[in-house]
Design a protein around this ligand. Structure first.
Ligand code: PRP
Length: 211
């Protein structure tokens, strides 16, 4: 029997997924040790492998077949635009992708004029402004603390994840438009879905059962 390999986005989400998998009878004791620096874990009995990677790399591992199954946020799936099957919404890590900024920027979103948009998600931002709103935008890629951009005058608005809204509120910003809801999703390699159909669909079915 071949191994089925899982790519999990490092961090809180990975531990949550391990708990869900455990409820379906899939365990990986070694991986639960939060102090370990190991990157790959094997369950010999069930012929499963698990590895942790940066969230943004999960769709790459899955599309290219280095992992058969991945668990990652919808934000990353949209941003990376990889050819993978999205098969299950785990309904955790729920938040929203939004356009946010100072209240005064609301007019700029309505009058269709050139707007400067800062984001960690340049593809999502480009797609939203060009294909959905049909508004010309200068997209500025940042790597974090994106809320700073409109405060210091780098951009008019941001496209970013809003979970509780606290970061926006504490920085005098607000949600101006909602782009889409987000949550953690299970994704599958297209070839693996055919070659290991029975084992993969059983895993997905069992996960659905414990949600
Ligand atoms: C995310 C996101 C917002 C914040 C939203 O940032 O980019 O900044 O969380 O959460 P809230 O609505 O509950 O305040 P993250 O913590 O990942 O850090 P980063 O901005 O440095 O990427």
């Amino acid at each position: 029997m071949e191994y089925i390999t899982f790519a999990l986005a490092k961090g809180r989400l990975a531990y949550h997924v391990l708990e869900l998998l455990e409820k379906t009878g899939i365990t990986c004791e070694e991986m639960k040790d939060k102090k370990t620096r190991k990157l790959i874990f094997v369950n010999e009995e069930l012929k499963l492998k698990f590895f942790l990677s940066k969230a943004a790399d999960v769709p790459t591992y899955v599309e290219l077949g280095a992992a058969d199954i991945g668990v990652v946020g919808k934000d990353t799936i949209l941003e990376e635009g990889r050819k993978i099957y999205e098969v299950l919404d785990l309904d955790v890590g729920k938040c929203r992708m939004c356009v946010a900024g100072p209240k005064s920027a609301a007019d700029k979103l309505k009058d269709g004029s050139l707007i400067r948009v800062a984001s960690k998600y340049p593809h999502i931002a480009t797609n939203y402004f060009y294909n959905k709103k049909h508004q010309t935008a200068t997209i500025i890629k940042l790597n974090g603390s994106v809320e700073l951009a409109p405060i210091v005058g780098l951009s008019d608005v941001i496209v970013d994840i809003v979970e509780t809204g606290t970061t926006l509120k504490e920085n005098g910003l607000e949600v101006l438009e909602e782009i889409c809801p987000l949550s953690a999703r299970v994704v599958v390699n297209e070839v693996s879905m055919k070659m290991e159909h029975d084992r993969i669909t059983k895993i997905i079915h069992d996960l659905k059962g414990v949600l």
